[in-house]
Design a protein around this ligand. Structure first.
Ligand code: HMG
Ligand code: MG
Length: 313
């Protein structure tokens, strides 16, 4: 039967680890990325170059991406909030005259920039309004593109805002459009709080599709209410083919109180088995092993239902 390949963007090393309480050694972060790259996952968000005062957990990203293995079939990306973040990354990438005795440069081929559908959330997360953040991000996107990096965008609080409640899908459409206009090849629609349902997520996607081709959209669901997998399936039915997920269900946003981790990568892979959406290039068993490994290392509960069930077998 006809099946279509689905892209899974593994965000555990960034969205997952940014919300952990304890200090995570650089070596653990790098090992997580290396283990994930061995599972068949082709897109891994490896960390972020944000202010360590705002998100201390991501402070070691420069070191992390300098020591990870480079697998040729994997696209590695990092999140940047401003030019300072992009400059931090560019400083690690090869210059015009590569010195053959120098260590190989980090394998980063993509940056992710982020804004929100509400001013209240943008202010809490990045200390600016949505409009001001887009102004700040436009030159970041051009500079990244000029340096050969792909630029991905995120719209946070695409369904509900922890500070201002239900979000108007029209606003999500406008902000998504702006991110495409400033150079994003893809925009990930973030249900940051995880209140979305197939109905509200579907309504939001249909509205965004009025201005942005669905090929440029991705779905990013937090699993707070247990609707993560349902929302993934709903977004696939609405035409989306790229899904963000986090191994072991790691994660949460420090500026979204009470929100839990992303939909677990294992749960998404399990749910898509045998469907018309093809994820066979990714080894569910191996991802589940990584989920258990990182949960044990962090001393946290593995919140992936499929991961737990596979382990118990
Ligand atoms: P600010 O305080 O307005 O900025 O923060 P500032 O320019 O005044 O800088 C404050 C300090 O941070 C300065 O240091 C800067 O140098 C430094 P000081 O002079 O005081 O020593 N700084 C930086 N350091 C390292 N890297 C940088 C950087 N920029 C400034 N890039 C700022 C504004 C945007 C920097 C801050 O608000 C910030 O870093 N926010 C990031 C918050 C964050 O990472 N949130 C989580 C990621 S988004 C998310 O999780 C949602 C998503 O998953 C989708 C979804 O679920 O919806 C993507
Ligand atoms: Mg998120």
């Amino acid at each position: 039967s006809h099946s279509e390949p689905i892209t899974i963007v593994e965000v555990g090393p960034r969205d997952g680890l940014q919300n952990e309480k304890g200090v995570i050694p650089v070596s653990v972060k790098a090992e997580l990325i290396n283990r994930l790259a061995q599972t068949g996952l082709r897109n891994i968000e490896a960390g972020s170059f944000v202010s360590p005062k705002w998100v201390p957990q991501m402070a070691g990203t420069a070191e992390v991406i300098s020591i990870i293995q480079r697998l040729p079939n994997v696209q590695y990306s990092v999140l940047v909030p401003n030019s300072k973040g992009l400059d931090g990354l560019l400083a690690l990438l090869p210059t015009h005259s590569p010195d053959s005795s120098a260590p190989p440069p980090p394998p980063i081929s993509e940056v992710a920039i982020f804004t929100a559908a509400t001013d209240a959330f943008a202010l809490a997360n990045t200390n600016t309004t949505v409009a001001a953040s887009l102004e700040r991000l436009a030159p970041v996107a051009s500079a990244a593109t000029a340096n050969g990096l792909r630029v991905r965008g995120y719209v946070s609080v695409a369904v509900t805002c922890p500070y201002s409640g239900k979000v108007d899908p029209v606003r999500v459409r406008e902000v998504t459009s702006e991110l495409v206009n400033i150079g994003c090849y893809e925009v990930s629609l973030g249900d940051t709080v995880g209140t979305g349902t197939p109905a509200t997520v579907g309504e939001m996607i249909e509205e965004v599709k009025k201005s942005v081709p669905v090929e440029k959209l991705a779905g990013h669901f937090h699993d707070t209410y247990g609707t993560g997998v349902a929302n993934v399936l709903a977004s696939l039915r609405h035409g989306i083919r790229t899904i963000d997920a986090s191994v072991g269900g790691l994660g949460g946003c420090p500026y979204s109180p009470g929100a839990t981790g992303n939909v677990a990568t294992e749960d998404v892979l399990y749910a898509l088995q045998g469907s018309e959406y093809d994820v066979r290039h990714i080894d569910l068993g191996k991802v589940a092993e990584v989920g258990w490994w990182i949960s044990e290392v962090l001393g946290r509960q593995n919140t992936s239902r499929a991961g737990r069930a596979l382990w118990a077998r």
